[in-house]
Design a protein around this ligand. Structure first.
Ligand code: CAO
Length: 545
């Protein structure tokens, strides 16, 4: 049994990094390379792995501490007896001569005479056992001046991506790798020209991830104890904005491919890491939600799917298929209700005179074979209002950047049919007379109820009128029939006492409800539209103006 002091290994040039996680507890038995703590610097987070297998005797850092290379993390008890695991005292180590191999590995720029230029090879450091990792980024170009520790390239293996830092300060002479290449420990990345001089000599390999268990070169070894054996620090670069999410590069890559924002995924991996399975589970869940229509919008809680209920448990039921029209209407209603920010505005039109006129014309209309109900008047008044307030005669372009202004006035008329709701469209309402509109409205309603409408008969409306007056009700809020931006709901005419300035008089009041798409129409225009419409219905002579 031996005691070993555990120290922060080479941090690839980073200093004073935050301890963001303590991954073990005193008494824990760990295998070699198990993460002991997780540290996070400006550019990356990394696990600090156990240099050997053993038992944690003490931990001398806590979350929130700042640590640098060489700082003591704690102590371990290891199986191995003697020198291999026993950490020699710094002083003892400092007196050891640097092994020749290390000196060869890292040409001693400091040993060169002052001002002497020297070219040295930049090599891939110890990758902690990983081989043939991908070069995913080249961070420098030939001619660039770099400081020791600056990233030269970024490599990505199965488990981690890491910056490969420059082992010296100087000028890049050449690069011998490119993006997409595969590299292994010891492969040459390029050549750097260093200059030794009066300034402190660039510390050759101290900032680079040194070969496993390689002691530091003589100069630095004389100042500091060697770091604990350095395995791959599993540096994780931030490739996504989700900087606080812990995930390996392979997972981050998959997340990028799937278009998943990592911080939305529930992590189940060790120390709250997002795993590939977590990503798959997240995507599956989203697809399921989308298929059930329960997709959250704008960070809200979303729409929970309807529960499946067996109604027969409450009493006798009969399950029937929905008609095609019913299914289509249901889909359109949900689409419009969910996509269109609705506002509904109310008013009453005093149609006492209109009714007097209509009734006076009824006999004549019948002679012509036409039924003169309030609907043709509503159509004509709505057409006039669309001309008066043209911001209602628009559609929003799909690109979200344009508005389509229409110079025609086609109006849809909701018709209640045994098979479901249908909305035939009466064209050029503004150009037609009341009889013509009455005739067309009746013909369209009959065709709708007989199932004789053609697709074109139901296309191209600028606005819709839904009249429930013959059925009843004092008011309702109709749903905009997008891409139209407005719909008028008409309820049952009622005789009500109205104040004329001197006395209450019985007036025939028609309740109107105007729903509109607030993305396209503002409240002021909606107010003007409905007021104008009510005024026209209140005095149809205005239609002549
Ligand atoms: N208040 C009081 N009476 C009204 C009225 C109103 N607002 N509107 C119409 N009436 C009267 C008519 O004057 C007619 O009476 P008379 O026969 O005495 O003249 C009677 O109601 C029946 O009219 P109608 O239904 O034959 O014709 P219409 O022109 O009023 O309506 C149509 C045509 C197609 C709009 C209507 O038949 C219809 O289907 N309405 C339902 C629309 C609908 O379902 N909307 C909901 C859509 S969202 O789910």
């Amino acid at each position: 049994m031996a005691k070993q002091v555990i120290k922060v290994p080479d941090l690839g040039g980073a200093d004073q990094v935050d301890v963001i996680e303590i991954a073990v507890a005193v008494g824990d038995t760990v295998a070699e390379e198990d993460a002991l703590i997780v540290v996070e610097g400006d550019k990356a987070s990394m696990d600090v792995p156990a240099p050997v297998a053993g038992k944690i005797l003490s931990i001398s850092v806590k979350e929130g501490d700042k640590v640098s290379e060489g700082d003591v993390i704690g102590e371990m008890e290891t199986e191995a007896a003697g020198d291999a695991a026993e950490e020699p005292a710094a002083e003892e180590k400092a007196e050891e001569p640097a092994p020749a191999a290390a000196a060869e590995e890292t040409p001693a720029a400091a040993a060169a005479p002052a001002g002497e230029e020297k070219e040295e090879e930049l090599k891939v450091p110890d990758l902690g056992g990983a081989e043939s990792v991908d070069v995913i980024e080249i961070s420098v170009s030939a001619g660039d001046t770099v400081e020791e520790g600056d990233a030269l390239i970024v490599v990505e293996g199965d488990k981690a991506s890491m910056d490969v830092p420059s082992s010296a300060s100087g000028t890049i002479v050449s690069l011998s790798v490119k993006e997409g290449d595969k590299v292994s420990t010891g492969d040459v990345i390029g050549v750097i020209k260093t200059v030794s001089g009066g300034a402190p000599a660039p510390a050759p390999a101290a900032a680079a991830p040194a070969p496993a268990a390689a002691p530091a070169p003589a100069e630095s070894a004389s100042q500091e104890p060697p770091a604990a054996p350095q395995k791959d620090p599993h540096l994780e670069r931030d490739h996504t904005p989700s900087a606080e999410v812990y995930a390996g590069p392979a997972v981050r890559k998959l997340a990028r491919e799937l278009g998943v924002t990592l911080n939305k995924v529930k992590p189940t991996g060790p120390r709250n890491r997002v795993t590939k399975d977590d990503l798959h589970a997240y995507v599956k869940e989203q697809v399921k939600k989308a298929e059930s229509g329960a997709v959250g919008v704008g960070g809200g809680i979303g729409i929970a799917p309807m529960p499946e209920i067996d109604f027969s448990q409450f009493g006798p039921v009969n399950v029937e298929p929905m008609s095609k029209i019913h299914k289509l209407t249901a889909a359109n209603m949900s689409r419009n209700w969910l996509n269109v920010p609705h506002v509904t505005q109310f008013d009453d039109a005093d149609i006492t005179e209109l009714e007097d006129f209509r009734k006076s014309m009824k006999a004549e209309a019948e002679k012509r074979g036409v039924k003169l109900t309030p609907v043709p008047f509503l159509l004509k008044a709505a057409a006039a209002a669309l001309r008066e307030v043209p911001s209602f005669n628009v559609s929003l372009h799909n690109d979200g950047e344009h508005i389509v202004r229409k110079d025609y006035v086609h109006i849809g008329m909701a018709v209640d049919t045994p098979k479901g709701l249908m909305v035939p469209v009466i064209r050029d309402v503004d150009k037609k007379g009341l009889y013509e509109l009455a005739e067309e409205a009746t013909a369209m309603a009959v065709a709708a109820r007989d199932g004789k409408l053609k697709p074109r008969d139901m296309q191209g409306a600028c606005f819709t009128i839904s009249s429930l007056g013959a059925i009843g009700g004092t008011g309702f809020t109709p749903i905009v029939n997008a891409p139209e931006v407005g719909i008028l709901g008409v309820s049952k005419l009622a005789v009500r006492p109205e104040w004329n300035g001197k006395e209450f008089v019985p007036r025939q009041m028609l309740p109107l409800a105007l729903s509109y798409d607030h993305r396209a129409v503002n409240g002021g225009d909606a107010g003007r539209f409905l007021t104008y419409l009510a005024a026209v219905l209140g005095d149809v002579r205005r239609l002549l103006l």
